[in-house]
Design a protein. Sequence first.
Length: 210
Amino acid sequence: MKLILLGAPGAGKGTQAEIICKKLNIPTISTGNILREAIKNKTERGVMAKSFMDAGKLVPDDVIVGIVSERLSQDDCKNGFILDGMPRTVVQAEALDKMGVQIDVVISIEVEDSAIERRMSGRRVCESCGASYHIEHKKPKEDGVCDSCAGKLVLRADDAPETVRDRLRVYHEQTEPLVAYYASKGILKTVKGCDGIDDTSRLVFEALGV
């Protein structure tokens, strides 16, 4: 199954992608994680991306599409994948279409902006592997330490309240039009993003029919 997860920053796309990945045994292609790896390694693409991310802006389409194209060509994507964080714009969606990427279902996780702001202030991310946690809804086994790699959990700069509001504005302007784009193709499923992770997962799997 080839999936795309849509939703505002903090809607729970990353968490749901991890759960779907384990249930369906397909890889999650998170552009956020790929970009953070490039930033950590200070690659040319990573340095460029960092300047946009630090300002709370979206990374340019050509950078994102190039990264995703390389990743989807790897063997572990042959039986399906989950795209998390891409496409972010209709231009990117059209680029995926031109690449011949066939998508089976697009899940849009919908959460009100006020709830997003509350969620993101409590989010913590592993600075080593990019795994995401929350101080209320998805606590690590040990405070401040990643369950997966024992890396340090931090509050990212783009999770600060003023940056969150700016990211939501950008989302509504540039990414939300994708809902109509995929609805017109007949492959969109809308899911209410609940405070409880399990509640959201149940609705996601109902939408997927699995």
